[in-house]
Write a protein that binds this ligand. Structure first.
Ligand code: ZN
Length: 297
């Protein structure tokens, strides 16, 4: 088994909020996820700890193009890495203008502070990856599993007995088994998400490595809980959204619902806070409202 090193990108000075995963091999290193443009310094420092430079990264496997996962891909391509994405995300990596303008609508003038620079990836440094396609780096083999639900262009990467689940497996912090699912607009889809979780369960790998945060050896229990939490969220939406409420109130109610869910599972306050940084609840309320208007109204 090859060692996998979680790199803590120390996002907004929070430990264990955003990870990139490092797998060194004879010819260099593979990185699953890149963190954001605002954490490239931390990324370099982390690589340095393992005796590596950014120029040693040969392959970057992205789960999807959200800014906390793929924000430094263009920068890594400039250092020489080749970037692998879902076919639906390829165009946005070449020309991130559209992606960035929709992110700007969400984050406004905090955009640069939060996410830094999102550079485009040159065409000759970019490949799209089909479902079940394998990427080989030296003696390492990674398999792409297309897993929509959180985003249409989401890939989970299977490597030996570990699966890097990006956001589709939810957000988990070390400690008690507790998950939050980032139900973000605009592509949230409960049915596709459920199918993706079932598919991941059926593969039967032992370790699960969500980008937020860490590697856990109880992948099956994790995925079961993810499905349960997905169902609970959908039920909550159905009972809450039936009569019209302003978004501010929905955001408040949703945060209360998540905190109650967490407390029931025995989660401490610090973990709830880090979950909130990695996966803000207001965005979940917005995602649910968008989904409700699109699919249920
Ligand atoms: Zn995401």
């Amino acid at each position: 088994m090859h060692p996998i090193y979680p790199l803590d990108l120390n996002f907004l000075n929070r430990k264990e909020a955003i990870a990139a995963y490092l797998i060194p091999y004879k010819g260099g290193a593979v990185l699953v996820e890149t963190g954001s443009g605002s954490t490239v310094k931390e990324l370099s420092q982390n690589l340095w700890k393992y005796g590596l430079k950014p120029q040693d990264v040969t392959h970057v496997l992205l789960t999807h193009l959200h800014l906390d996962h793929a924000g430094a891909a263009g920068w890594l391509a400039m250092q020489g890495a080749h970037i692998y994405v879902h076919p639906v995300g390829e165009q946005h990596m070449k020309d991130p203008e559209k992606l960035l303008s929709s992110a700007k609508r969400i984050y406004g003038d905090k955009m640069d502070f939060l996410w830094g620079e999102f550079l485009p990836v040159p065409v000759d440094k970019l490949s799209s990856v089909l479902d079940q396609e394998q990427i080989v780096a030296g003696d390492l083999v990674f398999t792409a599993i297309h897993t929509p639900g959180h985003a249409e262009h989401h890939i989970s990467w299977l490597f030996e007995d570990t699966c890097f689940t990006g956001d589709v497996g939810g957000v988990r912090m070390p400690g008690v088994l507790y998950l939050r699912l980032p139900l973000v607009p605009p592509e949230l889809d409960f049915d596709k998400w459920r199918q993706s979780l079932t598919r991941l369960s059926e593969i039967g790998f032992q370790n699960i490595a969500p980008t937020h945060f860490g590697i856990y050896e109880d992948a099956q229990a994790h995925l079961r809980l993810a499905k349960q939490i997905l169902d609970e969220n959908e039920l909550w939406m159905e009972s809450t959204f039936t009569n019209e409420k302003p978004i501010e109130l929905l955001r408040e109610l949703y945060m209360a619902f998540l905190n109650e869910q967490g407390t029931k599972l025995g989660v401490g306050e610090e973990t709830l806070k880090t979950s909130e940084v990695a996966n803000p609840s207001w965005m979940g309320a917005d995602g649910l409202l968008r989904y409700w208007n699109k699919h249920r109204r």
